[in-house]
Design a protein around this ligand. Structure first.
Ligand SMILES: [Mg+2]
Length: 380
């Protein structure tokens, strides 16, 4: 399936600033080339398009809200979206900041796509379109037909009816220049290309002619180019001054454990090893790892393991830096009905906290125990 976020940059801006909802929003380079990067569907209603010069866009839609491109923010949100995808499948090819192909078992595409769309809408409040099929080409075409906020399947037996009437430009690798050359030979639609003799296609497409002939019949042999999943997550804190109090380290470990637990759960992972990193005031640095019998992703268990390692190996203060790494990652299957009540409460708490964090940013909520021994204001 191809998952493509709708008007991604504009959607993030509209989500983060509800005053912009329902209004034409143009995100474009106030610096740089001065073109539209993305615009909201409201702006598209006035004829504004991506890559259009801003001058022209503002002439078409003078009352549009113009915003600069905040790419680091969009990258952050894109990583959260990717984390949602990863809960459903490890087979992911990231195409661009707002597009990814996902591989799932045959027959499960529509069901998984529905669940992903729902999760992205509910957890991240972002509109997403998904195309489902047997290969990348047809998934991409299906996704384009599904936009905005749609879900569509396109199967090989529908190729003559749905793919053939479309312009040849929908095929990957056919740009405006090639499209024009084909047009000069009477080939306008994918159906024209499917019917054209190979020698004619070779005149324009050269050695690629056969591949495009296959595309026109809905055949695409390209596989997924998988994006490698992370091997570990880690985070560390350097104290603003040398620390003598174990309570300060303990608070820091709780906060680190919360961040790592969040990232594990968001990405659908369990970790089977926890590593503590500790740097002393004289810059001596130690790392100590504990392997666990079972995978974990709960804040309290990550914290407890790290704290035990600290108590065992910290020797004498002062300390300068503390960090935690979680590794030996495996996929997390949520099977809540087997858990006891206490587990269930922890799980529900984690879900609520994670929802708050993904909506308002990670520091918005903390366990009180993570505040213990926090350094006085101005120091951290
Ligand atoms: Mg998009």
């Amino acid at each position: 399936m191809l998952c493509d976020l709708d008007a991604f940059f504009a959607a993030v801006e509209q989500r983060d600033n509800p005053e912009l909802r329902g209004k034409p929003v143009i995100v474009g380079g106030l610096t740089g080339r001065g073109v539209v990067a993305t615009c909201s569907y409201e702006a598209r209603g006035f004829g504004v398009r991506s890559a259009m010069p801003l001058k022209k866009a503002l002439k078409l839609c003078p009352h549009a809200v113009l915003l600069p491109v905040n790419i680091s923010r969009y990258r952050e949100v894109a990583a959260e979206v990717l984390a949602v995808y990863r809960r459903f499948t490890p087979f992911i090819e990231v195409v661009s900041i707002d597009e990814a192909y996902l591989g799932v078992a045959p027959g499960e595409g529509l069901e998984v796509a529905r669940a992903i769309k729902e999760a992205v809408r509910k957890e991240l409040d972002l509109p997403l379109s998904i195309g489902v099929s047997v290969n990348k080409l047809l998934a991409k075409v299906a996704c384009n037909l599904a936009k905005p906020q749609g879900l569509k399947a396109l199967w090989p037996d529908e190729v003559p009816q749905i793919l053939w009437p479309l312009p040849v430009g929908v095929l990957p690798g056919i740009g405006t220049k090639t499209e024009k050359q084909l047009k000069e030979r009477g080939i306008r639609t994918v159906g024209d290309l499917a019917a054209a003799p190979l020698y004619l296609l070779k005149m324009v497409l050269g050695s690629e002619a056969l591949r495009f002939k296959e595309y026109s019949h809905g055949v695409d042999r390209r596989g997924l180019v998988l994006s490698r999943p992370p091997l570990s997550f880690s985070k560390e804190t350097t104290f603003p001054r040398d620390v003598w109090e174990p309570e300060v380290v303990r608070g820091a470990l709780m906060r680190l454990a919360e961040d790592l637990g969040y990232r594990l759960r968001q990405n659908g992972f369990l970790a089977r090893s926890v590593t503590l990193k500790l740097r002393f005031a004289d810059f001596r640095t130690i790392t100590r790892t504990r392997c666990l019998a079972e995978g974990i992703n709960r804040d309290s268990l990550i914290y407890r393991t790290a704290w035990e390692l600290f108590q065992e190996f910290a020797s004498s203060p002062p300390w300068r830096l503390v960090g935690i790494k979680v590794a030996e990652l495996s996929n997390w299957k949520q099977l809540s009905w087997l858990e006891d009540e206490r587990e269930e409460r922890e799980r529900m708490l984690a879900l609520v906290l994670d929802a708050l964090r993904s909506r308002y940013g990670r520091p918005v909520v903390r366990r009180a125990s993570g505040l213990k021994g926090i350094l006085p204001e101005g120091e951290e």
